[in-house]
Design a protein around this ligand. Structure first.
Ligand SMILES: Cc1cc2nc3c(=O)[nH]c(=O)nc-3n(C[C@H](O)[C@H](O)[C@H](O)COP(=O)(O)O)c2cc1C
Length: 182
């Protein structure tokens, strides 16, 4: 199946991007096709006042890529106790209702602090839920982000294990929803 792994920030040097790369790899190992969709790919004209109405080809391409996925995994950093504004802007570019309606979505939170992006993920889940996404209940939360990676990989083997476990169970969840075999 085709999985979109969404890096929920455009910040240069974001650790969410490092994590999203590891997440994508775990889905590849399970034999799935990955589209790594990074908020840094949003072009500056997404800020134009008429972008809600008229999409430039660059914005439309990102939207089409997202719409083509069987399921989406959102890697969500905690910014000021919530998820980044750029991620909300991307959501606001997606068409209604097909952007989220019946789309399986999984969530991973990453934060420097002790709250491990729980609030950010739950804020984002409220939006995805409002838009009728199929919410995968097994989430993953990672704190102390600045010490969490060694050589671009999660340092904690147990967290890596949970990440792989989430990937296996999320794809089974998508298959169950679609009536396909995984
Ligand atoms: C604008 C901004 C706001 C942030 N706010 C918080 C916060 O409220 N709580 C927290 O634990 N970390 C906060 N951080 C740190 C991020 O959680 C940390 O950088 C983490 O690695 C995930 O973000 P990243 O993918 O940009 O690296 C903030 C970082 C930025 C850039």
């Amino acid at each position: 199946m085709r999985i979109s792994v969404v890096c929920g920030t455009n910040r240069e040097g974001a650790l969410s991007r490092v994590l999203a790369t590891e997440v994508a790899e775990s889905y590849r190992q399970l034999g799935h096709e990955i589209d790594s969709l990074d908020m840094a790919e949003l072009p500056p004209d997404v800020l134009n006042a008429n972008a809600y109405k008229e999409k430039t080809p660059a914005i439309q391409e990102l939207i089409d890529r997202f719409l083509a996925c069987d399921g989406a995994v959102f890697v969500i950093p905690e910014y000021n106790g919530s998820y980044p504004g750029i991620l909300k802007l991307f959501v606001d570019m997606l068409p209604f209702p097909e952007g989220f309606d019946s789309r399986p979505c999984a969530f991973i939170g990453l934060a420097a602090g002790q709250f491990k992006s729980l609030r950010a993920v739950e804020h984002f889940q409220q939006v995805a839920g409002y838009r009728n996404a199929y919410i995968f209940p097994r989430r993953l939360f990672i704190g102390d982000s600045y010490s969490a990676f060694i050589d671009g990989k999660l340092a904690d083997d147990e967290l890596s294990e949970r990440l792989h476990d989430q990937a296996a169970k999320f794809t089974a969840f998508i298959s169950a929803l679609s009536g396909e075999k995984s």
